[in-house]
Design a binder for this molecule. Sequence first.
Ligand code: FAD
Length: 466
Amino acid sequence: MSIERVQSLSSELHVPLVVIGAGACGLTAALAAGDAGALPLVFERDPHPTGSTGMSYGAICAAGTQQQQAAGVEDSADALEADILAITDGRTDPALARLIARESGPAVEWLIESHKVALTLETSWTGMGHAQPRLHAPPDRSGQTLMNLLMAAVASADIDVVTGARASKLFADSDNRVLGVAVTRPDGAVETIGCDALILASSGFGGNRELVRQHMPAVGDARYYGHEGNQGDGILWGQALGGALADMGAYQALGSLADPQALVMPHTLLIGGGIQVNSNGERFQNELENISGQALTILEQPGGHCWMVYDQRLHDAALERYQEYRDADSINAPRSAATIAGLAEVCGLPAAALIHTLTRTAELAATDKPDRFGRLFLEKETLEPPYYAVRVTGALFHTQGGLVVDRRARVLDTGGKALPNLFAGGGAARSVSGPAEWGYLPGMGLCTAVTLGRIAGREAARLVGT
Ligand SMILES: Cc1cc2nc3c(=O)[nH]c(=O)nc-3n(C[C@H](O)[C@H](O)[C@H](O)COP(=O)(O)OP(=O)(O)OC[C@H]3O[C@@H](n4cnc5c(N)ncnc54)[C@H](O)[C@@H]3O)c2cc1C
């Protein structure tokens, strides 16, 4: 990822605004810039835009929305801000936390109302740091559906997304003003495009093993289950232009990847009363705590995996809500049996231990007391036959550190001064997840993608004078 220093750039094509990356951040930024009267050009390295957004559940955290009000959920930007500060133990940028909390609701409502991005509130997804249900997702809880909706919105706005176009070099002057970008095509052809402002929406660096080892050694050799295009290109460019980096050790490493099917199992299976057991049939952690770092605890278990154990009620609810769970079910990833002993047999688990674990869990639910890991089980959520289980493992999903931005999504240098015409959002920008894996609030990856993306698009359009 190089930068060529030039004092001026002559190119066949010059556009006011270039966006690098067509994930949730880049497409949202393009929509906001288009709304403000600028027609941005989006460059995407893949032939079909997917990004980590397309691999996700499409669940965007947002507070104080009309969708929450309609569902009778009382929430506010202040409450979300408080939850961000609580889960990060105050170790995040409070101004950024306030900005994200305040702008998240309007960003989601704007996507729904102005751009027909159909998002509904996921009422069953709460806790894990959220005081209220706040995840807004496409009806089938599919990130690919979110991508399809965003691409349709961008097409309706007459914004061009150039695919198979990897941004490979930036041109900048000695004041760190970006003058243009070189784009490399799959056949090796290189095109140069001049621009007045640039938005970095190329996500984080989960796919860049060297950077992962450098900044987050605990998952340096763990499997990566995010988009391969997340190579940290934008972060490296921003840094080379003088941009400050923060929280580079922050990440999400979930333990919910069906093994070996590589489909993500919904956490509602656990939120609603399900448990995790290792190959000894024993629980080993509070399943509802620090879900962001569960890859670490699961990879420490024998064989590096565990089983999510749940029941028909949770299975049916997941089938109804989650496309990815339906996909898993269609290839028989979840196994089931009428009894605990039967479940142990189909999963190859020790029956006596599994019976003991589930019996103990039911007893705990009757006492209203937390277990030794601090989890409180509710009687109404006690697992009933028939039982289900799916084998899962842990992986690094996405990174949360990156370029420091201000309230206008402008990249700041190490002295706190905004670079002349560089903006960032989504995985390319520092998020509000604290310094490590434990501060991630579910839905925050896409929240910062659409919230900072919208701000970046609006502000970049203003800078280029539209
Ligand atoms: C399996 C999984 C599930 C997840 N579930 C959720 C969830 O439900 N809710 C949530 O909030 N977060 C979730 N996340 C995290 C979330 O997906 C990311 O935080 C979010 O998608 C980041 O958006 P983005 O637009 O910054 O990046 P991306 O969606 O990754 O888009 C970046 C794009 O930039 C392109 N690109 C990169 N470099 C270049 C270059 N040099 N030139 C041109 N193009 C380039 C990439 O190809 C990619 O298409 C999940 C992540 C994973 C992996």
